[in-house]
Design a protein around this ligand. Sequence first.
Ligand SMILES: C[S@@+](CC[C@H](N)C(=O)[O-])C[C@H]1O[C@@H](n2cnc3c(N)ncnc32)[C@H](O)[C@@H]1O
Length: 670
Amino acid sequence: MGRDGAGARERKRHGRHYTPATLAGFLAGRVAARIDSTGPVRVLDPACGSGELLFAIRDALAGRLPGTPVELVGYDLDPAGLALARRRAARSGVEAEWRQSDFLADCAELPAESFDAVIANPPYVRTQQLGGAAAQALRGQFGLRGRIDLTHPFVAALPRLMAPGGVLGLLCANRFLTTKAGANLRALLLADLTPVELYDLGDTKLFEAAVLPAVTIAVRGAVRGDCRYVSVYEEEAGIAPDPESAGEPTADPGTVHPEIADPRIAGGEIADVGIAGGKGRDPGAAGSEGADLETAGSEGAGEIGAVRAVLPPRRDGSFERGPTRPGPQRRGAGQSPAGRAADARGGSRARGPDSCAGTANEERELFAALNGTTDAMVWRQGRRFAVTVGELAMEPGAAAASVGWRMSRVGHDDWLRGVSERMWRTFGDLGRIRVGIKTNADKVFIAAHWGDPADEPELLRDLITHHDLRPWWIDRSRRTRVLYPYELTRTHRVPVDLARYPRTAAYLERHREMLTARGYLTGAGREWFEHWVPQRPHLWRTPKVVFPDISDRPRFALDRSGAVVNGDCYWISLADLGGDAGAEDMACLMMGVANSSLGLRYYDAVCGNRLYSGRRRWITQYVSRLPLPDPGTPAALAIMRRVRELVAESEPGAAGQAELDELVDRAFAG
Ligand SMILES: C[S@@+](CC[C@H](N)C(=O)[O-])C[C@H]1O[C@@H](n2cnc3c(N)ncnc32)[C@H](O)[C@@H]1O
């Protein structure tokens, strides 16, 4: 691997993913806009790396409060990052205190209320990578619960250090907005702080990241008024109707990947750092040596430097709104159906007005839109992004933190209230939503063509993967099968006696080395030839609703074949819905809602947020929140009937889908 590859590995190992200058400028501008002080302004970055955020806040404050002394304090574990920060500071005549120390260990020694602002892009390292003991210690020290990542203790430490009215500018993974594990962070941001601005930067790729970024601005103490909430996601005009576009799935964020869950492995290197900067550092900015540490000569760095020069924040921290380009309108807004269809066919990628030019311009327009008060459409590297402006919808009481955050918008909220009023139950109320099997040795267990074990076909089961799923039906043309060495009559995993299957035993024996490398399995007292997660063997034969974990659109289908479901999909067994004819009706109702336009709109408003390129995750915690109408109503009965027809058709057409959409709308209409 080239220099870049090695650099990326190093960054990942040590969590050294720095914020690009433009994003640092935006974050700093938003923080500075809320600081009013005549005396010295003290600013802390608890994990400062090469100091990008501190340099940015200094610039922003110099613009907003000229002549006001600014005292910068940066902590970091990494001497190389700090050395770079020092050199940059010396070169540009910036005074700052750089402390090489473990902030989490040493923060208790800092006096309370000693900072007017904190600006941070803390390391994002998940519990699994932290290791159980370290995570437990951090939970105890910072009063956290459940699954944590390193962002949580960093944020937990901050309110005490902030003066009343002090401002926090936080850049972190946007997952906390919607995931169960994010409840810690949501609670922290609501306890002693008040969030005042939230930017879900979605799939803008403002910098390269394993996860998508969000910016939160919060103030210490109570603040009147709503929290502004802006999100940016690629417009969906280009969504391909091809289910293959769902790409390779990743593990459920709520699922501990077994390789990582194994404590002996978990103690190892830090393998996942979410907020990854790297590209677009600003070698042109005063004192910047970004190229040393990051992507030397990275494309676009110069352009981004130019943006910074063109676009200083105003005194109030906002940016000048970019000129409006006579570009395409927001999908659906004033466009004819024919135009929308053409749009969808052409996709957004190919038609960006400036798709090859003007990255600096694009960034300027993006940041201007983020600062704007109305929805906007911006272009970025040939892709079209919808900037949506609303407010943070606050649930009352404890639910404010326990329930994922969503955007509230005029008009939209009335619709949501109407659906909620007519909701009978949620999916989660009715049955378990399970992830599929995880073998952790797919090369051994999963194949379309089998040798020896094919002679003992009772252990080979059809396997449904995300490739096979369409809305309503399952395309089994791939014929993928899984070697499933379990007794199918047992409710819990009971591995078969391999002596009864000599050809399969010989096959597995040939792969013993690979299988026993999963030491966590045998370490847990299990057989070396087992799957890591085989799920419930006796349930496969019962019909089930199956859907892929990652997909741009819902693809819920009914399986009656007895196939096993792979770990890139989720499933709901009809046994959990009662197992009788009523269960199939209920399954049809669920599929009807899930695969409808209303279901998708509800998902976007309430359940989850999107990944790159419009992909969505359809995991338990999101799907369980989807609504169901009362199954006894005529509208619900009509949905069930229509879904039965759709399931029976080999390739349901658009007309059937449109009719279903209408029925679902009717079921939730007043
Ligand atoms: C995501 S980087 C952000 C750096 C910088 N603030 C920026 O935005 O460019 C996180 C930084 O946290 C540092 N770090 C990790 N654990 C730390 C700890 N316990 N105390 C202080 N710094 C830490 C890493 O060395 C890394 O430089």
